[in-house]
Design a protein around this ligand. Structure first.
Ligand code: RNT
Ligand code: ZN
Length: 415
């Protein structure tokens, strides 16, 4: 018996069907964010990141053109197992001298190369309006701005993005999750907290008033507790976004870097599943703040995955990654984070949830804890290796070798 077969029989003793678990996870899409490849700069902006988010580091080889970014993503995709989607921000519009427009006039034609990429790999696309890093951000505000001209510009941007999302969904045949996040807020204690929120509410309602097919476009609104430079107030707080999503029939999106440090998204998923048909996630790793480190195979990532799998919510939770580390090889950042999300999902699918739940319901918390701890040292690595090899994906040392070669032959030659 090889190591996989042995591992399979060990899992069988716990009543876990390994083949079923592998199949389940191989069919669950994880959305890979294009913005890890160029430090969230995009192709239409001034090159300075705003909105209270920040990348740190200046590792060599940042993609600076659409061709480079797409090439890097394709290379990363070849090293990642499982089913994917590609997550695009509006600032990644691809324009030329003949069709250059501002963000309030972007159209499907500016995103055709992204559709071509998705079609090449048979994957879906997700989309995000970009409410930051742009001269029309006034005093740090977009959809909450008291200045009507500013607010209208951004409302129009949001509307254009719904149209582009629907184009993505029609072209790929896969629904497009469109996430709205704004960094609007104040550094110091505001004198008016209600006004900006009422304007945000109205702006969102206007954006969502454009007709779209709800089966094709899944609008989300993402909350946040604070950002850099807007420490005292964020208009799109947890309460605001949750209630807005619930009342307007759209999805709430939880980013696990956007809460107070002892709050966990893994605990919030089931709460939202009681009330929403579908929800969305940005999986990230925050170290002391919303630092957007590469997703690790850590306790919280594993717990998030468990909540999706054991609640049978694979088709109700849209999983996307959201981080941006500029201090390491950016392709490795994609590969490590995407593989870790897949790993966490596979790990979750290999746990005897029915048994654990029965122990909890019977009040046998001692056995529940004992079993949970035993499960941590089952030969998961052997199943993971098999999962990779069935999809012709290189294992640990193999993929790093490939990245090193790409770094030498491609990234190092970029100026
Ligand atoms: C920022 C939010 C948001 C962005 C992306 C680039 O704190 O997490 O999702 O990271 O839209
Ligand atoms: Zn996010």
């Amino acid at each position: 018996m090889n190591r996989f077969e042995q591992a399979k029989s060990i899992y069988a003793k716990y009543g876990v069907d390994v083949e079923q678990a592998i199949e389940k996870i191989a069919n669950l899409p994880v959305s890979m964010h294009c913005w890890q490849g160029d430090d969230v700069i995009g192709f239409d902006s001034t090159g300075k990141l705003s909105g209270g988010i920040q990348t740190t580091g200046n590792y060599m080889g940042r993609a600076t053109t659409p061709e480079q970014l797409i090439a890097d993503m394709e290379f990363a995709l070849s090293l990642i197992p499982g089913k994917k989607k590609i997550n695009v921000h509006a600032c990644y519009a691809i324009m030329n001298e003949n069709n250059r427009v501002d963000r309030d006039a972007i159209a499907p034609e500016h995103f055709k190369p992204w559709v071509d990429l998705a079609k090449k790999y048979g994957v879906g696309l997700d989309f995000n309006p970009t409410f930051f890093s742009h001269p029309m951000v006034k005093d740090g505000l977009t959809l909450t701005s008291p200045d009507q001209k500013t607010r209208n510009f951004w409302i129009e941007h949001g509307k254009r993005c719904i149209e582009i999302s629907e184009y993505f969904a029609r072209e790929t045949g896969i629904p497009c999750v469109m996430n709205i996040w704004i960094g609007d807020g104040f550094k110091d204690t505001p004198s008016d907290r209600l006004g900006p929120r009422l304007r945000y509410k109205d702006s969102l309602e206007q954006i969502l008033s454009v007709p779209y097919d709800k089966k094709l476009v899944k609008p989300c609104v993402e909350s946040k507790v604070f950002g850099i430079g807007v420490e005292s107030y964020t208009a799109g707080s947890g309460e605001f976004t949750l209630v807005f999503a619930a009342k307007n029939g759209i999805l709430p999106l939880m980013d696990n870097g956007h809460y107070h440090p002892t709050e966990v998204v893994s605990d919030k998923i089931s709460a939202l599943l009681c009330f929403f048909d579908e929800i969305a996630l940005h999986v990230t790793r925050s170290v002391r703040w919303d630092s957007d480190h590469v997703v690790a195979f850590d306790d919280e990532t594993r717990e998030i995955a468990k909540e999706i799998v054991r609640n049978d919510a694979l088709d109700r939770v849209y999983i996307a990654l959201d981080y941006f580390d500029a201090s390491i090889n950016r392709i490795s950042a994609w590969v490590i984070g995407m593989r870790n999300m897949q790993k966490a999902l596979l790990n979750a699918a290999l746990l005897p949830h029915a048994k654990l739940k029965a122990l909890q319901d019977a009040g046998d918390f001692t056995s529940q804890l004992a079993l949970s701890e035993e499960l941590k040292t089952l030969p998961f690595g052997d199943i993971w290796e098999e999962y990779l090899s069935r999809q012709n994906i290189l294992d640990g040392e193999g993929w790093m070798q490939k990245v090193k070669e790409y770094e030498k032959n491609v990234l190092a030659k970029r100026s």
